[in-house]
Design a protein around this ligand. Structure first.
Ligand SMILES: NC(=O)c1ccc[n+]([C@@H]2O[C@H](COP(=O)([O-])OP(=O)(O)OC[C@H]3O[C@@H](n4cnc5c(N)ncnc54)[C@H](OP(=O)(O)O)[C@@H]3O)[C@@H](O)[C@H]2O)c1
Length: 328
């Protein structure tokens, strides 16, 4: 039995593909969400790229974090909710249970290992982009694939031939690479734009390059390896962003199947007045920069501006030019 904690966009997608692969799943939900979730009899994932949807029967739900007989625990909540999730864990995690944090960035696995030393933790990096349309109904706007940092063959094979591709990774390099690309999320949130806008608008591309220049300098100084999901070294990707017109967009479109309407959930979080994960993306770069003595003024400014927007009752999106000027 596998437990999915958090029936949001990622939790719904993983539930659907696991069930499609014939795996038994239990959804761990919050008391206050039970009523909303009871309305649907199935879990549905639409695929934007012309593939048929994945539709499976709704698995049993529980409001308890009980690891009895649970092989794998997929944590699919956002960072602000992680402490509450971990507070509900038993003090001793059974040796037969593997914890799979699916949150953005690299911080969640570190926090779990610190809090539950000796537990089996296998970080999963979500490479797809998904939105929740209604309870237990999500839409994927890219190819469905994930990376898992583990040698556990059973875990790596869980999704079988369901259509969700699993790639095995051996260190945090891919997670850092994904974090670098996710620095675009703060840009999208502040300007209320899509990934396409960031890669096609010259002002937003320039902002992205500024954030990436700082972040890669920090990672190089701290000797943290990173592997960009775009499949090329940073200097080549930088050239594409600065001199390649819309080339970076076409690369994303064909490599990951990104569509023009794909946007990071940080945009939706800000619109809905929810706290964002900016501290675990740009904030992670700022913290590491302080540790290794590399200044990160542009990333720090974006983190500060996103927090200011979180606190505003009705945040007004900035123009691309204004954001570029603010970071100049
Ligand atoms: N969506 C994507 O395309 C994508 C891509 C890459 C990485 N990620 C990462 O994946 C993580 C999850 O993102 P998401 O988009 O799936 O977020 P989401 O749609 O907001 O889903 C999170 C879900 O967790 C629920 N939840 C919160 N606390 C809980 C608790 N204590 N017990 C049970 N359920 C709880 C939330 O319920 P409420 O709605 O009631 O709060 C919500 O249903 C994030 O770190 C995100 O950055 C997402």
């Amino acid at each position: 039995m596998h437990m999915i904690i958090g029936p949001g966009a990622v939790g719904t997608v993983l539930t659907a593909f696991l069930r499609h692969a014939g795996e038994p799943v239990r959804l761990r939900v919050r008391e206050e969400d039970v009523q909303d979730l009871q309305g649907s009899s199935h879990v549905l994932v639409d695929r934007v790229r012309g593939r048929p949807p994945v539709r499976v029967a709704k698995p049993p739900m529980s409001t308890q974090t009980d690891f009895d007989g649970v092989e794998t625990v997929f944590i699919c909540v956002k960072h602000p909710d992680l402490p509450a999730v971990l507070d509900a864990f038993p003090a001793d995690i059974p040796d037969t249970t593997t914890i799979v944090p699916c949150l953005n960035g690299v911080g969640a696995a570190q926090r779990i290992r610190q809090r539950f030393p000796g537990s089996h933790v296998a970080p999963l990096t979500v490479m797809f982009n998904a939105q929740l349309l209604e309870p237990l109904h999500a839409r994927i706007s890219t190819k469905p694939n994930v990376l898992i940092n583990s040698d556990d063959k059973a875990l790596l094979g869980l999704f079988g031939t369901s259509g969700l591709q699993v790639q095995r990774v051996h260190d945090e390099a891919a997670a850092w690479g994904k974090l670098l690309i996710n620095l675009a999320n703060g840009i999208c949130a502040l300007t209320d734009t899509t990934f396409h806008d960031v890669l096609a608008n010259p002002d937003l591309r320039a902002v992205f390059v500024t954030l990436l220049d700082e972040a890669t300098t920090v990672l190089d100084k701290s000797a943290a390896r990173y592997h960009l999901p775009v499949g090329m070294p940073y200097q080549a990707y930088r050239k594409l962003l600065t001199h390649g017109g819309n080339g970076a967009w076409w690369l994303e479109k064909y490599r990951h199947g990104l569509t023009k309407s794909s946007y990071p959930s940080m945009v939706a979080d800000l619109r809905a007045g929810r706290p964002t994960e900016i501290d675990e993306l740009g904030g992670e770069i700022v913290r590491l920069g302080q540790l290794v003595g590399v200044p990160t003024p542009a990333n720090a400014r974006v983190v500060k501006m996103v927090h200011a927007a979180e606190a505003a009752p009705h945040p007004t999106p900035m123009s691309a030019r204004d954001l570029r000027d603010a970071l100049a």
